[in-house]
Write a protein that binds this ligand. Structure first.
Ligand code: UD1
Length: 361
């Protein structure tokens, strides 16, 4: 059995790493399963890609399609052309994609058109917000996926409501959490800790990169201003995504307790998150990690494709209206933030289950 594993952008790498580990375990037991790691090159620099490979022990990609930056259509086109040409030279039995980035959708379309079975890890989740490129990627990918590995009951229901038969859906848990739990003992203190003299439970980590929060300068400025006004002067550590950096430069925002840093490596970022008073983010994956680490999380989005992080986890949806920030910060500083629970099967053994299912396909 030959499988292509597709990794393209930062949030893919922590999902692919434990799948490779689990495949290697199966190989060592003599199972007939081979993989080819295809990096699309959507993210390409050390901060966004290279450091994740090093820290998570991901082998060098067998192939790099070197798609690079560009508009949504340019990236999609470059990835599709590169992957099609690879499959024409050497085909595969299955194409396994993870998450919801442009690479996920682009490679699944190419594979399916060449009659290769598509496997989607993290299939079925929906924000129902078609202004997000990720939602379009999810819907397109799931519409042509053969086998779904899912993280939640909600995802299962979304798929079944779309007419997908139960026997193509495998509820296995969350691969990101396999990576989080495996590497938790090895998180690395980032340089900013000493530089700012951070104290446990007395700083906030912030990440913002979605077009809805950062592409409009006015929205970005209002959000950051409001967060700072309610921060009670504790340090706000803000690893800045390249998309956001471009906007921030022209805004000239400056507060004594706002500390911007380059995007952090995986082990450094989670060191900060594990000890933070809270996280403010517009990411989806981070809400899963904060749920498992039991850290209060404020999401600056109107919706989420991961409702379990709100229903039973530590996450609250604040939307992109700056007015919602004050009350949430008050709740945080009065130490009345809800306590979370960990969703079913987010136990660090998800990729073991995935490989068992793969072997039985
Ligand atoms: C992508 C994903 C998003 C994910 C995010 C995590 C899609 C549609 N979106 O968004 O789901 O949460 O990655 O980071 O796939 N850039 C660099 N270095 C790099 C990569 C990108 O400087 O290694 C710059 C690009 O030139 C561009 C900006 O970052 O200006 C955005 O990159 P892009 O891949 O277009 O999308 P993201 O916003 O990162």
């Amino acid at each position: 059995m030959k499988i292509d594993l597709i990794a393209g952008a930062r949030p893919n790498f922590m999902k692919i790493a434990p799948i490779i580990d689990a495949i290697k375990v199966a190989q060592s037991k003599g199972e007939n399963i081979e993989y080819r790691l295809v990096h699309t090159g959507q993210h390409y620099d050390k901060n966004m890609s290279g450091s994740f490979f090093e820290q998570l022990g991901i082998p060098l990609p067998d192939i790099n399609l070197e798609a690079g930056s560009g508009s949504q259509a340019e990236q999609t086109a470059k990835i599709m052309i590169g992957y099609e040409s690879l499959l024409q030279k050497e085909s595969t039995d299955y194409c396994l994609v993870v998450g919801d980035v442009t690479s996920t959708m682009a490679c699944s379309i190419v594979a399916k058109k060449m009659n290769i079975k598509v496997i989607h890890v993290e299939g079925g989740i929906r924000s129902w917000d078609l202004t997000m490129p990720e939602e379009i990627n999810r819907m397109v990918t799931d519409s042509i996926t053969d086998y779904f590995f899912t993280t939640s009951e909600t995802a299962n229901n979304n798929l079944m409501n779309n007419g997908i038969p139960k026997d193509r859906i495998f509820y296995v848990g969350n691969t990101m959490i396999d990576t989080l739990l495996k590497h938790r003992p090895n998180f690395i203190k980032p340089a900013i800790w000493e530089k700012v003299d951070l104290e446990e439970n007395n700083y906030i980590v912030m990440t913002l990169h979605r077009p809805a929060s950062v592409d409009e300068e006015k929205i970005l400025k209002e959000l950051i201003d409001e967060i700072m006004v309610h921060s009670q002067n504790i340090p706000i550590i803000f690893p800045v995504h390249p998309r956001t950096a471009k906007q921030l430069e022209s805004l000239g925002i400056s507060y004594p307790n706002l500390h911007t840093v380059e995007p952090l490596s995986y082990l450094e970022f989670n060191y900060l998150v594990e000890r933070a008073k809270a996280v403010i983010t517009d990411s989806g994956g981070i809400t899963e990690e904060t749920t498992v680490l039991n850290i209060p999380c404020m999401t600056l989005r109107d919706n989420t494709e991961r409702p379990e992080t709100v229903d039973i986890g530590t996450n609250e949806l604040l939307g992109v209206n700056p007015k919602s920030i004050g009350p949430a910060m008050k709740n945080l500083f009065s130490d009345t933030w809800k306590k979370g629970q960990i969703p079913y099967l987010w136990d660090g053994k998800t990729t073991e289950r995935i490989v068992q299912h793969l072997l039985s396909l």
